[in-house]
Design a protein around this ligand. Sequence first.
Ligand SMILES: [Zn+2]
Length: 102
Amino acid sequence: MIIKKGDNVVVLKGKDKGKKGKVERVFPDAGKALVAGINVVTKHQKPKQGVKQVGRLTKSMPMNAANLALFCDKCGKHVRVGYKILANGDKTRVCKKCGDII
Ligand SMILES: [Zn+2]
């Protein structure tokens, strides 16, 4: 998976298309990512023992990482990602458009 925790991403498909958010968690096995404020579902929590918050709760659900793209601040839009090997041997992701490290 290209997407990592802490990345700024844009939603390419679905009800949140065009929205931006920050990746809070990735699920590499499932190919999913949890993005703050994206793919929000409303849950109606009925009062029951041990539950403090009742009523309408909103929660972000993990979504298919294939429908997300990395956002490049320099380009101001979502971009394709390339890889670059740094002098110290580390592999890093770069914006294919401007060459900046993402
Ligand atoms: Zn760029």
